[in-house]
Design a binder for this molecule. Structure first.
Ligand SMILES: [Zn+2]
Length: 102
């Protein structure tokens, strides 16, 4: 069972529709479709969350495990992500389906 690899182009939103963009997780030497593949511990900053209090960040815990870039596990859609400060689970979707990892 392989999951799609998450890249810098992957769309991530908090559970309330706020827009999240990645910080860290790069720069990566591996890209898919010209967009860097994210690896290691990645944090997303959230803007535009309508909740009260609003989500300010999304923390992604761990990568896929077996596939690494420079020793850091690549992110796939199987990762666990939580919004903070609410602690709600966040579903990470991949912008591409060509590259998969287990
Ligand atoms: Zn939110």
């Amino acid at each position: 069972m392989a999951d799609a690899v998450v890249t810098g182009a992957s769309v991530v939103t908090c559970p309330h529709g706020g827009w999240a963009s990645p910080v860290g997780g790069g720069p990566s030497r591996v890209s898919s479709g010209g967009v860097a593949v994210l690896s290691g511990d990645v944090t997303y900053t959230v803007v535009g969350c309508p909740a009260s209090p609003p989500c300010v960040m999304i923390r992604v815990l761990g990568g896929a495990g077996r596939v690494t870039i420079s020793g850091r596990a690549v992110l796939t859609t199987a990762v666990t992500a939580t919004a903070e400060p609410s602690g709600d689970r966040v579903r990470v979707t991949a912008a591409q389906e060509r590259v998969r990892a287990t």
